[in-house]
Design a protein around this ligand. Structure first.
Ligand code: NAD
Length: 493
């Protein structure tokens, strides 16, 4: 049965459908970047909220800034903005749920005036974003706004026909200010530490160049709540679409995800918000400890499995977890090295969090490829893993599990093969530099660590270099990562 509003009551009983009156909904939220993650996360929470409350003001209008968004816009329109969320459980069960919270879609690049009018409309109270890390237009080396981008130059000169996100937001806020309409909240849901602060900094940098008076108004009136977001959402496959057809729903672009979901938000909104806390989101005053917990356990755990697993010849995260050696190793890393230096996290039992992580990693229906996990390790490890080593060194904590991961990364960057000699698919902006430093390891065991922009001053610490030399030399003598992991696990704490 083709998915649309009229057919909702004819769908198989196993499929959950929205029961609220979608015709009554106003779009209090405009969401820019309607990719898989928005549809598995914010739109899901909002659908839950609309199902529980009588609210009519918090529907979502999707917005696409790029040509690439045309496909999702067309499909959503054809399906009355409905789509199916396929939640895949570790035991193979799958829950299918039609999400009804999106009620409109605007292709901003077709008609920038209409798009900024929509954003400036007084019904729009929140503008949320999932535009990927690249969408924020910052220079990764300096964390400053990148004015060299030609679209930025265009937007600065053409305020009323913008092309990029900060041009649209600035023009919409200019219209609101002129009309005496209160500012909207700008809510980033991208995977960036302190994503609200980052959005604010980038928007103000742009607005100050274009219209300093307006920039002052934005600084005073717009809230940018920081948030930690989490739900593994792989790319939809043709197989997913045909699996759903077997169930009896013809949906041109469903979304798949794991059952786990988390959204921790700083409660600072300029113009009201849905009571997302009634459906599982958590509002806090400071998101920092939650971000650290996620980065040091989930993201670091991914890197531990990704690099060791790649050398060993595993292909996916669930493949690693199915191997008891890897499952034990990553848990011991979390318990003995990552957890002792985490702050207390309100409302979270870290033991439960870690057990859930291992279960999530092991979900056989979510095939997370190790090549994807390891891509851009040079920007990941300095945030996810190296600070854990540095803090443990300062406090006398353990470092051996994490250190082996750096030794494995050296071998990976140097040789680019696994222990069977198969070539690994390495994607990293610093690939050449990493290779250059790693490739001198046989004559100088510490060579890789001399890459200061990645490792900082770790090389100055003797306790660390001793452990590292042992790991890297052993690995180069015999690429038996399994033997080293076993040895470290056997040593006790
Ligand atoms: P996706 O590729 O499905 O969607 C990305 C969306 O961002 C598209 O609508 C695209 O047009 C838009 N976009 C990209 N660059 C842009 C730009 N420069 N300006 C405006 N729009 C732009 O990806 P996704 O899986 O939805 O992930 C999006 C983001 O969500 C990630 O980058 C990450 O920050 C966050 N996230 C994803 C996951 C996940 O598991 N997929 C989990 C947590 C957080």
């Amino acid at each position: 049965i083709p998915l649309n509003q009229e057919n909702l009551s004819n769908l198989p009983e196993s499929v959950v459908v929205p029961k609220y009156d979608r015709n009554q909904l106003q779009a209090g939220i405009v969401h820019i970047g309607v990719g898989g993650f928005h549809r598995s996360h914010e739109a899901f929470y909002t659908d839950e909220f609309l199902s529980l409350s009588q609210s009519t003001e918090w529907g979502i209008c999707g917005m696409g800034l790029r040509e690439a968004d045309r496909k999702i816009g067309d499909i959503l329109k054809q399906q009355d903005y409905l789509y199916t969320l396929m939640v895949k459980h570790p035991d193979g069960r799958q829950e299918n749920r039609v999400i009804g919270s999106i009620v409109d879609f605007v292709m901003a690049c077709d008609d920038p005036h209409a798009a900024t009018d929509k954003l400036a409309h007084e019904q729009t109270k929140i503008v949320s974003l999932t535009i990927t890390e690249g969408g924020y237009n910052f220079n990764a080396a300096t964390n400053e706004f990148d004015f060299s981008n030609p679209d930025v130059q265009y937007d600065l000169e053409h305020p009323d026909t913008p092309k990029m996100i900060f041009g649209f937001l600035t023009e919409a806020l200019r219209k609101r200010r002129a009309a005496g309409i209160p500012a909207f909240t700008i809510q980033s849901c991208d995977n960036i530490q302190h994503n609200g602060d980052m959005t604010r900094k980038m928007l103000l940098a742009f607005a100050e160049k274009q219209d300093p008076e307006l920039a002052k108004w934005i600084a005073a009136e717009v809230c940018f709540p920081n948030a930690m977001v989490d739900r593994i959402t792989p790319v939809t496959t043709l197989q997913d679409i045909s699996d759903l057809e077997e169930v009896g729903v013809q949906d041109l672009w469903p979304v798949t995800c794991e059952p786990f979901t988390q959204w921790i938000i700083e409660d600072s909104f300029s113009n009201g918000r849905p009571a997302w806390e009634t459906v599982g989101a958590q509002f806090v005053t400071d998101v920092t400890p939650y971000e650290l917990m996620k980065i040091r356990l989930l993201n670091a755990g991914h890197s531990v499995l990704g690099l060791l697993g790649s050398i060993h010849g595993h292909e996916t995260i669930d493949g690693c977890i199915a191997d008891p050696l890897f499952a034990t190793y990553v848990r011991r890393f979390m318990d003995e090295e990552a957890t002792p230096i985490l702050q207390h996290v309100d409302g979270i039992d870290l033991d439960d969090y870690k057990s859930t992580l291992i279960e999530r990693f092991g979900n056989p229906n979510i095939k997370d490829n190790l090549a994807r996990i390891c891509l851009e390790s040079s920007s990941k490890l300095p945030k996810f893993l190296i600070p854990t080593i540095a803090e443990n060194l300062a406090k006398g904590g353990g470092i051996k599990f994490a250190t082996l991961v750096l030794a494995a990364w050296c071998y990976y960057s140097d040789k680019g093969i696994n222990k069977f000699g198969d070539t690994l698919d390495i994607v990293d902006e610093m690939k050449d530099e990493l290779h250059q430093f790693a490739s001198k390891t046989e004559s100088d065991s510490l060579s890789f660590l001399k890459l200061e922009s990645v490792f900082g001053d770790l090389i100055q610490n003797e306790a660390f270099t001793q452990q590292y030399c042992y790991s890297v030399q052993t690995l180069y003598q015999n690429v038996d990562i399994e033997a080293q992991m076993n040895e470290l696990l056997g040593e006790g704490v």
